[in-house]
Design a protein around this ligand. Structure first.
Ligand SMILES: *[C@@H]1O[C@H](CO)[C@@H](O)[C@H](O)[C@H]1NC(C)=O
Length: 334
């Protein structure tokens, strides 16, 4: 029995090795400069130093909640006087995967968003998760390739904005790069090369590990971060590094997808330990105290969960967005 499982394990190992080598060599990303954008015909990106980006995938026909959330986020960052960003310094991009419908992209454009159609990131066979549309969750990694921008803040669409997020680009954790720690040589596996010499990846501790909704504010720090809010200096070498890590069987837990990939690459004990952004920028599992203490963005599906007071604010934002866009379209016609 034991012998048999050993033999099948060895077989599986040999097979995976073959497959991995094959996938790696046939991966289009290994060739020179693949365009991350889906259509060459897309209009050029607005040229600003900074960008805030979110990500939309196609959805089941009976569920447009993320599409609506993306519209609400667009409204908060582009139009709402209390939370909009300075458009001369910061662009707002909606990265859309291949499956987003033409109608939805058109509505987002009319709302004022810059729609960027991006190709899915090529995945190795072992990267699998039961979650719906898991494959596309890796597509958000394209932000690492968007070197048109000096810095990109990535935000999940299910986020309530309550402050001036554009100011995050002035933070010392954000406006300088970090060196890769060559003193941690044992953490730099050869098969994951290249390692950039300088890089930036900053994120927030995840309240999921410190009491969820009961967490204190200011919150405690946690070993891993939430991948719903992170800030990067785009860098093609870093993107290649991510692909190199993804080519190795079970180097990270595929079930928690890009969150565990990023938490592996930027692990605290690694050669590129993630930088912690100040707690005032974002909270997962937000509660009323986060709101009262001025946390600038609250990550929650507030259309059906979370504290009632927060849900009410989100619903008001949504109504405001619909009124605003209706008026805009009427004015555009007359
Ligand atoms: C907006 O950004 C531009 C370019 O960085 C800057 O010159 C301008 O002062 C900013 N405006 C405000 C209101 O901060």
């Amino acid at each position: 029995m034991i012998l048999r499982s050993k033999v099948s394990f060895a077989l599986a190992l040999a097979l995976s090795f073959l497959l991995i080598t094959w996938c790696w060599h046939s991966s289009p990303s290994a060739s020179s400069k693949p365009p991350y954008r889906l259509f060459e015909s897309s209009s050029p990106l607005p040229s600003t130093q900074y960008a805030i980006a979110t990500f939309l995938t196609g959805q089941a026909t009976n569920d447009d909640s993320y599409f609506v959330a993306t519209r609400v986020l667009t409204h908060q960052l582009l139009h709402a006087p209390a939370t909009r960003c300075n458009s001369s310094s910061t662009s707002f991009l909606v990265l859309c995967s291949q499956d987003v419908s033409t109608e939805q992209k058109e509505i987002l454009r009319k709302d004022g968003a810059t729609v960027v159609e991006v190709q899915d990131v090529p995945l190795n066979w072992w990267i699998y998760s039961g979650v719906q549309r898991w494959k596309e969750q890796f597509t958000k990694l394209r932000v690492f390739e968007m070197t048109e921008y000096k810095r990109i803040l990535f935000i999940d669409a299910d986020t309530l904005i309550t402050g001036h997020l554009g100011d995050i680009f002035d933070e010392p954790e954000v406006n300088t790069l970090a060196p890769t720690l060559s003193s941690r040589k044992e953490q730099m596996r050869k098969d994951e090369s290249p390692f950039p010499t300088q890089w930036l990846f900053a994120a927030r501790s995840d309240n999921q590990f410190t009491g969820e909704r009961e967490h204190s504010t200011p919150p405690l720090q946690t070993p891993s971060f939430s991948a719903g809010f992170f800030l990067v200096a785009p860098d093609k070498e870093m993107y290649q590094h991510l692909l190199a890590v993804m080519s190795h069987f079970h180097r990270f837990d595929p079930f928690t997808m890009e969150q565990s990939l990023l938490n592996y690459v930027f692990r605290r004990e690694g050669a590129m330990p993630w930088r912690e952004l100040h707690w005032k920028w974002s909270a997962t599992w937000p509660n009323e105290k986060d709101l009262d203490m001025g946390v600038a963005s609250l990550h929650e599906k507030l259309w059906n969960t979370g504290p009632q007071r927060l849900q009410n604010i989100w619903k008001n934002r949504k109504d405001e967005m619909i009124r605003f866009q209706e008026e805009r379209r009427v004015n555009a016609v007359t």
